[in-house]
Design a protein around this ligand. Structure first.
Ligand code: ADP
Ligand code: MG
Length: 231
């Protein structure tokens, strides 16, 4: 069996507060290079689970391992560097720096990740090449992110997640704002690029129509027990 790039074991987490939302995951793993779609209703804890995988929140119990390391065992700054090295994240709202240029935004994760920077080679050239592969006109590479269309911002978010080839790409409902045609084009692009750098892809969504493209489809209710306030 291929080594797991991500594994969760007996993880429990609850948001603070008397009736805080609580999430339990007994076992969940993603193999190196595998593409997995995680389906769940709104409020079922998908984004919370991605935060646990990123180590932006830590489990109350249990283990989250990424690329062999237990995220909770790292100190805060080591965890930030580790995340930047190992994980490319595409957020639902893209989270670009609005006043940064396209290039600034794409290079951002490399700032905190020396090995990833090394893998990116001549980083500005690599960023330009990614833009070209993603169909972003070269005339835009110095444009401010806030001046781009939604589709263009999405491409920048993908390039930022992929640069320097992190072994794990996480995507949080990145297609929810798109019509069916743009969704298909976006997924083509994401799959092509993810395969090219042999990264594993974990995408969360509430949309079962995306299922056929992935190696595996998992439902939140099959891996997670939730309790407390559910929106
Ligand atoms: P999904 O992404 O599946 O829609 P979320 O993980 O965003 O679900 O939310 C699951 C539950 O966790 C919700 O009840 C939400 O209110 C709660 N929650 C999410 N983020 C926070 C937070 N920062 N503080 C407290 N509760 C939160
Ligand atoms: Mg969410």
């Amino acid at each position: 069996m291929t080594a797991a790039v991500l594994s969760l074991k007996d993880v429990n987490f609850s948001w603070p507060g008397a009736d805080g939302f609580a999430l339990g995951v007994a076992e969940f793993a993603v193999a190196a290079g595998e593409t997995v779609l995680l389906l769940g209703e709104s409020g079922s804890g998908k984004s919370t689970l991605l935060s646990l995988i990123c180590g932006t929140v830590l489990p109350d119990r249990g283990q989250v391992r990424v690329a062999g390391a237990d995220i909770a065992s790292l100190s805060g700054s080591a965890r930030d560097r580790f995340r930047a090295e190992q994980i490319g994240v595409i957020f639902q709202q893209f989270n670009l720096l609005p006043f940064g240029s396209v290039i600034d935004n794409i290079l951002l994760p490399l700032r905190f990740a020396p090995k990833r920077r090394q893998r990116a080679g001549a980083a500005v050239e690599t960023a330009r090449a990614l833009c070209a592969d993603l169909g972003l006109p070269s005339s835009l590479v110095h444009a401010k992110a806030s001046s781009l269309s939604v589709g263009q911002q999405q491409r920048v978010a993908v390039a930022r997640a992929l640069i320097g080839q992190p072994p794990l790409i996480l995507a949080d409902e990145p297609t929810s704002a798109l019509d069916a045609n743009s969704q298909a084009a976006f997924l083509d692009l994401l799959f092509r690029q993810t395969a090219a750098c042999e990264a594993a892809l974990l995408m969360v969504s509430h949309d079962p129509r995306l299922a056929e493209r992935f190696d595996r489809v998992v439902r939140m209710e099959d891996i997670a027990v939730i309790a407390g306030a559910v929106v």
